[in-house]
Write a protein that binds this ligand. Sequence first.
Ligand SMILES: CC(C)(COP(=O)(O)OP(=O)(O)OC[C@H]1O[C@@H](n2cnc3c(N)ncnc32)[C@H](O)[C@@H]1OP(=O)(O)O)[C@@H](O)C(=O)NCCC(=O)NCCSC(=O)/C=C/c1ccc(O)cc1
Length: 389
Amino acid sequence: MTTVHQIRRAQRADGPAAVLAIGTANPKGSMLQDDYADYYFRVTNSEHHAELKDKLKRICKKSGIERRYAHLDEELLSAHPDFSDRTLPTLDARIDMASAAVPELAASAAARAIAEWGRPVADVTHLVFSTYSGGKAPSADLRLASLLGLRPTVSRTILSLNGCSGGGRAMQLAKELAENNRGARVLLACCELTLIAFYGPQEGRLDTILGHGIFGDGAGAVIIGADPVDCIERPLFKMVFATQTTIPETEDEITMRLMKGGLDFHVSVRVPKLLKSNIERCLIDAFQSIGISAEWNDLFWAIHPGGRAILDQVEQLLGLGVDKLAASRRVLREYGNMSGATVIFVLDELRRRRARGEEVAEWGVMMAFGPGITIETMVLHATSILEEN
Ligand SMILES: CC(C)(COP(=O)(O)OP(=O)(O)OC[C@H]1O[C@@H](n2cnc3c(N)ncnc32)[C@H](O)[C@@H]1OP(=O)(O)O)[C@@H](O)C(=O)NCCC(=O)NCCSC(=O)/C=C/c1ccc(O)cc1
């Protein structure tokens, strides 16, 4: 007679979960970082806040960002001038806008990932969707499933308010799903639109200036599965080990809260230093857990580019060579911080760098940071060039 243990073993995948395909998308509208301060103070009728404008200009200059994308453009804003005033009740209108736009943008990214994956959309068994740009049910995951034509039995999970660590958390969840359900193919989508938290400057709220200086809109999608089908599926990164760490007593350093005027967020100036003091322990613990001794410079790195200062601190702490964070810096330069979706763009950039021979490390790390302060760490193993061919 079959035992429960045998049934359980048969239900599990044999190998580790792997990233099988990646797609990304951004809204059409974009703006050069050099022009942003003039734009922001003009469209929010805030020219009288001259000091805050100078501060935003300084932040933009030091941000390491050249361009950012946004769904909310001047035309939409002129139809919703109340968005500029955080004391007005605009949450309903923002949720309506996001409920339509978030799944649409996620669908563009997911369609690219599915095309690269090469299998029919009906083979997707699970959907994990991370977004804080919303606030109603049924949520963006259901709309995305319908836009893509996923089967009605697809198992959906929506993650919310994970902030910039949403992509990292979704990757960990997708890994668990893929490894614990033989044959599972997980579509992970992560999409954030800053329209949920766009408002004018306010004296005493310097984090508002920071946010408007570095955040951008984007969607990333990944197909994750174990035991790839020969000749069809090509694993890009095997997901070897994952952990989540919360830095004690940092609950107030990054916060988000839905208010009548939109999503109110706070990011303290201490964030880059707090991460610097805590990430090496996460890395040492992760590699010790899998019995690998790693030289930091021998790894590839997919660090969430939360801000230029975060990348600088990580690079300095670990003594990384100048090119080691090139994928993160390029994504920051071309798109800004797209919260949870950003790390998917970094993985996409890394696989391009590998294809061009610019990154040859076999082992690597993906890290994302969000409210908590939460650090999501995942050890990855890249498929070798030989295996790819
Ligand atoms: C590029 C920065 C902003 C500036 O570069 P720097 O080398 O530090 O330069 P400075 O030290 O000269 O700083 C320039 C100015 O920025 C100010 N600043 C420096 N961080 C700050 C600060 N968190 N507050 C408010 N002023 C600051 C800083 O005080 C200073 O002001 P001032 O002296 O008047 O020029 C750099 O500090 C940086 O990359 N910081 C990291 C940002 C960060 O923590 N990111 C991770 C968290 S992101 C997150 O949780 C997302 C939430 C979110 C929520 C909603 C959304 O829609 C989307 C996302």
